[in-house]
Design a protein around this ligand. Structure first.
Ligand code: AMP
Length: 111
């Protein structure tokens, strides 16, 4: 049982996985907002940045290094890493994830 990303971790639903190790998983976003749009998640269940504790420092830092790795492997030098925290900020899946977006010009701030 769990949210949709837990089901992807558990291989209960399919995803296009681009990277995996013992702590993290990266897969293509099903509704891409850019030519390159990958989600990087910890395997550990953390709802969002707001739910982190000091004990999660290492795993979240690791996830950011995975963001770097998947972007580099795609040949991207310019990309965005973003994590929506809470419904009002656009979070729809309550398992911490970092969006890695690239492959087109990215304006700031997003809408
Ligand atoms: P957020 O709205 O920040 O919580 O981001 C959730 C993201 O998960 C959205 O960009 C969705 O398109 C994506 N998403 C939802 N379900 C799946 C799925 N089964 N496989 C891949 N990406 C998904």
């Amino acid at each position: 049982m769990g949210n949709i990303f837990q089901k992807i971790i558990d291989r209960e639903i399919p995803a296009t996985i681009v990277y995996e190790d013992d702590q993290a998983l990266a897969f293509k976003d099903i509704n891409p907002g850019a030519p390159f749009h990958v989600l990087v998640i910890p395997k550990q269940a953390i709802a969002n940045v707001g739910a982190m504790t000091a004990a999660d420092e290492q795993i979240v830092g690791h996830c950011l290094l995975v963001c770097q790795k998947v972007a580099a492997e795609a040949g991207l030098t310019d990309y965005r890493v973003v994590s929506n925290n809470g419904e009002g900020a656009g979070q729809s899946v309550f398992h911490l994830h970092f969006h890695v977006l690239g492959g087109r010009p990215l304006k700031w701030p997003p809408g």
